[in-house]
Design a protein around this ligand. Sequence first.
Ligand code: MG
Length: 222
Amino acid sequence: MATVTFTGSGATPRVGKIMCLGQNYPAHAREMKSEVPVTPVVFLKPPTALLSTGSTVILPPFSRELHHEVELVVMIGRGGKDISRSDAAAHIAGYAVGLDMTLRDVQAAAKAKGLPWSVAKGFDTSAPVSPFVPAGDIEDPHNLMLSLQVNGSLRQRANTSAMTFRIDRIIEYLSSVFTLEEGDLIFTGTPDGVGRVVPGDRLHAEAESVGTLDVVIGSPAV
Ligand code: MG
């Protein structure tokens, strides 16, 4: 059963679906040679992709190019369908910092053929998340510094204010497509600076006021 932890309480909510935004920061869309989207770009990861802090991201044998994407992650508290922007905040249970680990070579091959990204984005260990903090502890989720270091050197740093689609709009859009349920997660997209990591690398992700996440990159056991 896929669960995550909440800071300051013993709660271990069960995670349902993991919805992810693509190209939600203009500078990242540009570095990927993509247009800034006019409607949210959405893909899913299975709950089996979850990983907790202090764990190892396993580079699968069918990829040679694993990338980091640091993101603010939202947990849904109260579920719903067709949630309005003005009601969206009431449906948020908490926030975490996460890594949308991506097999960039597999994704590029899928993109070239117009095929889905499920393998590139949803493989085991592709969704590390920090412990969650209650939504009420975060004054403004659109004014948080996000950062990622690899082996102590800074690779990504940006403010969540740069998101194209803000969280209320994301919840409005996603709930028009999917029924949202308690324990669902939303990865809100990565800023620019994504790049390759290799086995042995140590990743330290941080979201201001939210928390930190540490993982190492490993190879499959042989
Ligand atoms: Mg991403």
